[in-house]
Structure formats: C-alpha cells, structure tokens
Design a protein around this ligand. Sequence first.
Ligand SMILES: [Fe+2]
Ligand SMILES: [Fe+2]
Length: 233
Amino acid sequence: MDCSSMFEDICIRYSWCKKIVAYVLMMQGMDESHGLPHTIRVLCNSLYLVKRLQDVNMDEEVVILASLLHDIGRGFEDYLNLHHAEISAILAKPILEEVGISRDKQKHVIDAILEHSFSIGGKPSSMESCIVSDADKLDALGAIGVYRLIETSAMRSRVVADTLAHVWEKLVKLPDLMCLDVSRQEAHRRLKVLKEFIDMLRSEILPYEDAIAKSFTIAFDFLEKERKRLTHS
Ligand SMILES: [Fe+2]
Ligand SMILES: [Fe+2]
C-alpha cells in the first residue's frame, strides 16, 4: 500500500482536503494513538479496502470524508457526557457544510462517523460505514496497535494489569467485529502480532505482580496511619 501517493492524490482531487486535514490536526493533535497520524492511517486503510472491493456503487468521497473526520471529537470525550463518535458527528456537520458537501452526502458521512465505533452499539449500515469501521479497527491491532496501546496506557497512567485487561476485553474481539472478509483476514494476522507481545509482557510481569500489589497496600496503609497520627496529634 502506497499511503503517501494515495493521500497526495486525494489532496489533488478534492478541494476540501487540505482544509479538513488542517482541522483534524488542530482538533486531534499529533499523537500516534488518536491524533492526525491515526487518522491518516485509517484513511489509507479505507482507500486500500475501497480498491480491493471495486464496488461501483460505493461513494468514495463519503468514505474519505468519514475517515478523516471519524475521531475529530475524540479529545472532548473526557469532558462531555457523550461518546466521541457523537461529538465527532456534531463537529463534522458544520465542517461538511463549510466545504460544500451536499445535504444527502453529509447525512451519509455523519452515519459512517456515528457507526465507526462498536462501543456505541451502532452497526455499520452501509458499505461506506463498514469500510471506515474496519479501517479504524485495523489500526488498533498489529505492531501499531501495540504502540498505540502503550502510548494510551502511558497517557492515562494505566498499570500493566489494566492494559492487559483492555486487550482481553476489547482488542481480541476486533477481528469478529469486522464487516468485510478482507479486513477480517488482516485483523487476524495483526491480532497474532499483538497477542505475541501481550503474552510475553504477561509472562514477564507475572513474577512481580503479587509483590507490586502488596507494595501498594503497604504504602497506602502506612500513609493512612500517618494521616491519622498527624491529624490526631
Ligand atoms: Fe474512534
Ligand atoms: Fe479512530
């Protein structure tokens, strides 16, 4: 896959491309996990799937717009009581209007944004939605999935046990959530890479886990006793 020339080609063919990419950078930042690099990888995964499927009824512009805007609201999820797919859809609406996308097409793009995440409960209702959803999930697996997992865990100060739980609760299920056979095959290949790393990490930390848990208990107990001693003296 030549992501660079696919991206260049899009920015030549679609007049809105540069503006939307700049908006994504401003709203999502530069981190690999959920910033512009993630969005560009999702875009290229989507374009690769479009090429493989060769479906004449598919609206490529919808796929591209939804791929670029699918996580634009991600950074606001922690402050608002909404799923980031919903925030992204809300933010995408005026952007699509501004760049002159027709009302019909806007609806199609918004649906694909809302349906990209399995945790919101919506299933992809069109081929365009399927592609964006699969393209996004592929980026959570494989070596890049490992990188994003660690980066996200570090940003959220997650302990290793919680990172492993996230893998077993969410990431291992991704291949079964793929819409398309071609993505499912790639997802299984990428999951193998992720699992190999996770298995090694688990076996390495296992001998230390008990002692680390005890060290937390001992430290918290000590601090609690110290607090009581100081407040009662
Ligand atoms: Fe997302
Ligand atoms: Fe995403």
